[in-house]
Design a protein around this ligand. Structure first.
Ligand SMILES: O=C(O)CCC(=O)C(=O)O
Ligand SMILES: [Fe+2]
Length: 253
């Protein structure tokens, strides 16, 4: 049996819009703990065979800044327990109407001077090779604002299939110039969204990081693909420390 945490109104809103904002999904005490674990990961040196760190160039001073850590469930027991068997998995199971299985674990840091994200559907990155649908739980570790680049969602477009092309940002023509809705979050808020829901975000023009946890699941009936997903991703987009200097690894979507 699945423990239900979301109301039927919340589940209907998710099905209507393709996303759902749940304020105060985690308490301040819990989010302080998650913030500490995030610091543990970000402060640990880059190492082959550990979690995957990705860097970008700051728009402020062109220095190399951390933008993302992925694939940390196997190396961080507390995060693992939180993501497999915790409240995010339960809420996403409510949204699937069946047990959810972890697919992908990621923290986007968006440091001061960190870039935004062009409009896309997450499925444009080829996730449909693993399961027909994914649902991501976004958890705001830091508050998100217009200035540090809150997630912006396009409501009611998640049931139109693949809107644009694989591996290319969505254009205004693809989304028929429909307005994106900024989802500003306090720390501890959650935003659940479907892998077909278009979204984007702006750069961080403030002097503090905008750290956000993304935990993605698929339905159990579609299988457990996390290990295969990361094996495949390692071939095309390995963490910075494992890169072949001669190759181009530009980020697409
Ligand atoms: O962190 C953000 O602002 C958006 C990130 C995103 O959409 C992604 O990583 O797929
Ligand atoms: Fe995305």
């Amino acid at each position: 049996m699945i423990n239900t945490t979301l109301s039927s109104e919340q589940i209907s809103a998710f099905n209507r819009d393709g996303f759902l904002h749940v304020p105060a999904f985690f308490t301040q005490r819990q989010i302080t703990e998650i913030s500490t674990w995030t610091d543990e990961l970000s402060l640990a040196p880059e190492m082959i065979g550990k979690d995957w760190k990705y860097f970008e160039e700051s728009a402020l001073d062109r220095t190399r800044i951390l933008c993302r850590i992925e694939n940390f469930a196997p190396v961080h027991q507390h995060f693992d327990a939180l993501m497999r068997g915790g409240p995010m998995q339960t809420a996403v199971s409510d949204l699937f109407g069946e047990e959810a299985v972890l697919f992908k674990d990621k923290i986007n840091f968006k440091m001061p001077g960190g870039n935004g994200f062009s409009a896309h559907q997450d499925v444009q990155a080829g996730w449909d090779a693993y399961a027909p649908l994914h649902i991501t739980a976004m958890i705001s570790i830091d508050a998100t604002t217009a200035e540090n680049g809150s997630l912006e969602m396009l409501p009611g477009q998640h049931d139109k299939g693949l809107i644009g092309k694989k591996w290319e940002p969505l254009t205004e023509v693809d989304t028929k110039h429909a307005p994106y809705v900024p989802v500003h979050c306090n720390s501890g808020d959650a935003v659940f969204f479907d892998s077909y829901a278009p979204h984007k975000s702006g750069p961080n023009s403030t002097d503090s990081a905008r750290r956000v946890l993304y935990v993605t699941y698929n339905a159990n009936s579609s299988g457990d693909h996390r290990v295969r997903y990361y094996e495949d991703k390692h071939k095309s987009y390995p963490p910075d420390i494992e890169r072949d200097q001669a190759k181009d690894y530009s980020y697409k979507v």
